[in-house]
Ligand binder design. Sequence first.
Ligand code: PMP
Length: 426
Amino acid sequence: NSDYRKMFLGVDIKFKLENGKKVIPIGFDNGATTPALKCVFDEVYNDLLVYGSIGRGQGPKGELSTRKYEESRERVLKFFNLQDNDTHTVVYTKTTTESLNILANILIKNKNDKVLTTRMEHHANDLPWRKNAIVEYIDVDELGRINIEDIENKLKKENGNIKIVSVTGASNVTGYINPIHEIARLAHKYGAIIVVDGAQLVAHKEVDMKGKDPTEQIDFLVFSGHKTYAPFGSGVIVGLVKDLDVEEPFVKGGGCVDYVFDDKVIWSEPPSLHEAGSPNFIGTMAMVRALEELKNIGFENIYNHERKIKDYLMEEMKKIDNVIIYGDTENTEDRLGVISFNIKNKDCYEVADKFAKENAVSLRAGKFCAHPYVARLLKVSNNYEEYKKNLDDADFGMIRLSIGLYNTMEEAKIFIDELKKIAVDA
Ligand code: PMP
């Protein structure tokens, strides 16, 4: 649908290739970051005309910005169907990574607390927990999915010792959508809270954090604005006020305190408690505007549009000799528009470079900050001792194509034609 394309900035700007040809680049790397919507540009332009420091100074500019910034939290809650609730609040951060680091540092009360996560995760939802807690992992099956029964069995076996279940809403490698409400129900049944990494989910599928009933509610959700068609620098934690109301924040400085005495600190309440330092007003407004635009377009429309392109790509790629697609290629209902693949006997970085140089197609090659998951999909060892013995494993990787709202079927066709050419001589 070319109407969606018109809503974006910069996606139709021509680039000069090495051979001198000027082409419109094809952006199939939306899992890494997304271009900005035009409405975001307008929002940022207006906010740049008049802005002042947030919560730090009198005067009309600062007051206007502070009011807009504070009121935007309610807009984010509404986006996740949490309007008029007093259970959740919105903390603004820089990225998903920072959000998860904050949560790992404030939700864990004791080194022996257990966190349950999966082998499907981006490092951002694995490494912060490793430092502060005992981390248990649900492994993935042959096709790279996690199974809900494994989660229940683990929670049952641990008998109330798992304090936090932290899962990705959708994988950045295979696009699998996890059943977050079912997982929430299980977590709550066994006395845990749930954290959802929404970095790959929020721009592609509606997230109703409330769920059908309180047992299915999502306690914490984190994501980044630069994957929701706004620029870099804004991230979010939507989470339970009662659990955010901790004694001390992870990041400390101005703005998170009510009083600082020589010998005592009186900390603020959440959300300010977790927003030390001058807030990123412009970036935050850009992100909130982008979210609202996605709601205006409608998530059914977004999902259907991206799915049509994904289904076409998947079916065509399956027909091409020497192309290996990771994850389930038969039942793809639970996959968003992320397709990771390799060409037999070809280096993934060289393939991605060829696409970039010859057709200005942006893809990503490598391990996508999810080494344990990529290793499992490739069926190579992710064990350090074995890795030391066989350094070849270090070179593993794949190529990722990830679809965004502005992509078109024409772009998908160009990609397939090029892939056929590259794969034929493998
Ligand atoms: N989680 C997932 C699933 C991701 O895909 C990413 C980004 N690739 C992140 C977390 C980290 O996001 P950021 O780099 O914006 O912190």
